[in-house]
Write a protein that binds this ligand. Structure first.
Ligand code: 5GP
Ligand code: ZN
Length: 106
């Protein structure tokens, strides 16, 4: 998607180190961390928001949650929060769906 900053990160146009990558998603550190560990997990497919999910996207979103769990286990995080901001009024700034993984551990 043209002009989407996260699509540019996924395509490599904006250089960002991935902590995790598979055929469906990537994970990288938030550039403005709000916790000791603050990662973003997002699909390679451009889905703008939970508010505009289409039929079938729930599988992709479910995969993101599974990856978040596995990343947290690999980082030995004893506890963490998963957060999805939905819509401008829900605090969403980047309109490419993503899960925040936030932890005070790590
Ligand atoms: P939102 O408010 O949309 O849920 O979260 C967007 C998040 O993306 C923010 O926490 C912001 O710091 C992060 N972010 C925005 N642009 C970039 C970027 O270019 N690189 C990285 N690593 N994070 C970004
Ligand atoms: Zn995008």
């Amino acid at each position: 998607m043209k002009d989407c900053i996260f699509c540019k990160i996924i395509s490599g146009e904006i250089n960002t180190a991935f902590l995790y990558e598979d055929e469906i998603c990537v994970a990288f550190k938030d550039k403005n961390p709000k916790a000791k560990t603050h990662l973003l997990i997002l699909p390679k497919k451009h889905i703008a928001s939970v508010a505009v999910m289409n039929e079938g996207d729930e599988q992709t979103i479910g995969h993101l949650v599974k990856c978040a769990k596995e990343i947290a286990e690999n980082l030995n995080l004893p506890g963490y929060k998963l957060q999805i901001n939905v819509g401008r009024d829900g605090g969403q700034e980047v309109f490419h769906i993503h899960i925040h993984l936030l932890s005070n551990y790590g």
